[in-house]
Design a protein around this ligand. Structure first.
Ligand SMILES: Cc1cc2nc3c(=O)[nH]c(=O)nc-3n(C[C@H](O)[C@H](O)[C@H](O)COP(=O)(O)O)c2cc1C
Length: 403
């Protein structure tokens, strides 16, 4: 056979020279993005993202609880044009998916939160900046993203907490998410075992790791120093490490504090935690516009109830008009479909997009979003529904628990 004949038989795939494009083009689900993140990151940094509290029972239970649900599809419907758009808190989004607040994104990739906000904006989805963010409230707002939320850890120093609320309001953040499952920090066993610190300390292990992950370390060393950007103003460093941050958490927080925050914050208010129906109703009575059901992805109370199991009881307790969001364990568009059918308005994703960020910056986050959206679209089509409202109404007919 001549060379020309062989060439006609085999089409050569062009080699992608751009590293990030090459990485994302090989990721076909979020598990692939997780593997790509694992390859790029030093072990302790990967474990900081991937790990959870104590025995990681909740981490696994979140996935098991979501995977338990089975679909009972409708057939012979015209599903040629599914519409995934969703509304929440008076705003429209391209899909019922949000990006969760997370501490220290610039340790995962030098572009950190800016990359996440740009990816979220390009896909028409909301994004929450953490109190432990590595860019300031104002720097993130300057990206022009219209639907930024600010996640608040209420700190012992109430003046500092109030200053953060006021800055978020002044910078045009649309919602404040008050995290209520952190009276104290969870015990992250992987971090303790690996001796992980934020910021990373120079140990023999770190030096050896530089040889194993040169790309990561080069990009980190080129970027500006990592810091809790909104908490520390020049001349007033209140926290430089994770240990400092957790010591700022206030275990004496009560419902009165939530009412004070409501009175101070002019925008939409979400309460983020594993709220049962009674607490959810109480949060609404205290002025919350939405309940963000979250067990912190298993990073706080181990053996905590999987949040998917709270969706229906909370929806019944708060009624149809209050926004119900859910996170913890969402790794596939089919998980989003289950949550919507159980009564949620939106699913929020944490590690799913953080793996993408770590693997390939903004492109990686976009890939994570695109995969979730494509999976949700296909799931809806195979289920025989074409809108999010139809999926929600379909509820128990479409999604069944075989137990
Ligand atoms: C690395 C990491 C850092 C996080 N930091 C915060 C934080 O600063 N504030 C907060 O309210 N939640 C934080 N979370 C929890 C997320 O907002 C979200 O509830 C959780 O990741 C959802 O679970 P999932 O990772 O299984 O999607 C963090 C989660 C991860 C993985």
């Amino acid at each position: 056979m001549k060379y020309r004949e062989i060439r006609e038989l085999i089409r050569l795939r062009p080699v992608e020279l751009d590293r990030d494009r090459r990485v994302v083009s090989r990721c076909h689900d979020l598990a692939d993005l997780r593997r790509a993140a694992r390859r790029r990151l030093p072990g302790p940094v990967f474990d900081y993202i991937d790990g959870a509290a104590d025995d990681e029972i909740t981490l696994r239970a979140n996935r098991a609880a979501l995977r338990r649900w089975q679909f009972r599809p409708r057939v012979l419907r015209d599903v040629s044009e599914p519409d995934l758009s969703a509304s929440l808190l008076g705003r429209g989004f391209s899909a019922p998916i949000g990006l969760a607040p997370a501490g220290y994104p610039r340790m995962m990739h030098p572009d950190g939160e800016l990359a996440v906000a740009r990816a979220a904006a390009s896909r028409g989805l909301p994004y929450g900046l953490s109190t432990c963010g590595t860019v300031t409230i104002e720097e993130l707002a300057a990206t022009g993203h219209r639907d930024l939320w600010f996640q608040l850890y209420v700190l012992r120093d109430r003046k500092l907490s109030h200053a953060l609320i006021d800055r978020a309001a002044a910078a045009g953040y649309r919602a404040l998410e008050v995290t209520v499952d952190t009276p104290v920090g969870g015990r992250r066993t992987r971090d303790l075992r690996s001796g992980f610190t934020i910021p990373p300390e120079l140990t023999v292990g770190t030096v050896l790791d530089i040889g194993m992950h040169p790309g990561y370390w080069m990009s980190m060393l080129r970027g500006p120093a990592l810091r809790f950007a909104s908490l520390n103003t020049p001349g007033a460093e209140v926290a430089t490490s994770i240990a400092d941050i957790t010591s700022l958490f206030d275990p004496s927080l009560t419902w009165d504090d939530l009412e004070d925050i409501r009175a101070r914050w002019p925008g939409m208010l979400l309460v983020k935690g594993p709220l049962g129906p009674a607490d959810a109703a109480r949060a609404v009575a205290a002025g919350a516009d939405g309940i963000h059901l979250s067990n912190h992805g298993g990073r706080q109370l181990d053996r905590c109830i999987p949040t998917i199991d709270l969706v229906r009881p909370v929806r019944e307790a708060v009624g149809g008009d209050v926004a119900v969001l859910v996170d913890s364990g969402i790794r596939h568009g089919a998980d989003v479909a289950v949550a919507i059918a159980r009564g949620a308005d939106m699913c929020v994703v944490g590690r799913g997009y953080l793996y993408g960020l770590a693997a390939a910056g903004q492109l990686g986050v976009e890939r994570a979003i695109d995969l979730l959206v494509e999976q949700l679209r296909r799931t809806m089509q195979l289920l025989g529904v074409v809108t999010i409202a139809e999926l929600r109404r379909g509820g128990d007919e479409l999604v069944v628990d075989p137990r």
